[in-house]
Design a protein around this ligand. Structure first.
Ligand code: ZN
Length: 145
């Protein structure tokens, strides 16, 4: 683990908490996420629950950010409705976020344990999307069979 304590982005946490308090409704929208874009902007989103596998707030956030021209995110946090506080990303989101933003930082924990960690700390020894390997010049190791 290379976890290094970074200053907490309280404004980002509050942005997600505000959306969780004011925009989450019923069973369809129970989680909010906020992301800090490269240019400093904060983008927010809520999940879109559906029993077929509706996207988590983190995944909706990727599209919402892109729709606003924010293609690079530095930090992300998710907050649950009903005052559940910061909720760490699920396994699917960890993989998707890693594929989109390998250098992303994630706010996790609660109370005194709230902290910002590199996404890679949450997904060690992770799968690397084959198409991305081709882009990084590691294709030779794939074609040696
Ligand atoms: Zn998720």
């Amino acid at each position: 683990m290379t976890t290094q304590t970074r200053p907490l982005d309280h404004e980002l946490i509050e942005a997600a908490a505000h959306v969780a308090r004011t925009r989450c409704r019923g069973d369809n929208h129970t989680m909010a996420a906020a992301g800090r874009a490269q240019d400093g902007r904060i983008v927010t989103a809520v999940n879109a629950y559906h029993f077929t596998g509706g996207p988590c707030a983190e995944l909706v956030l990727l599209g919402a950010a892109a729709a606003q021209g924010a293609y690079e995110l530095n930090t992300i946090v998710a907050v649950g409705d009903r005052d559940r506080g910061v909720v760490p990303p699920c396994g699917r989101c960890r993989q998707v976020l890693l594929d989109y933003f390998p250098d992303l930082r994630v706010i996790v924990g609660a109370g005194e344990r709230l902290r910002t960690v590199p996404l890679t700390d949450l997904l060690p020894e992770s799968y690397v999307w084959a198409d991305h390997q081709l882009d990084t010049g590691e294709s030779e190791s794939l074609s040696t069979s």
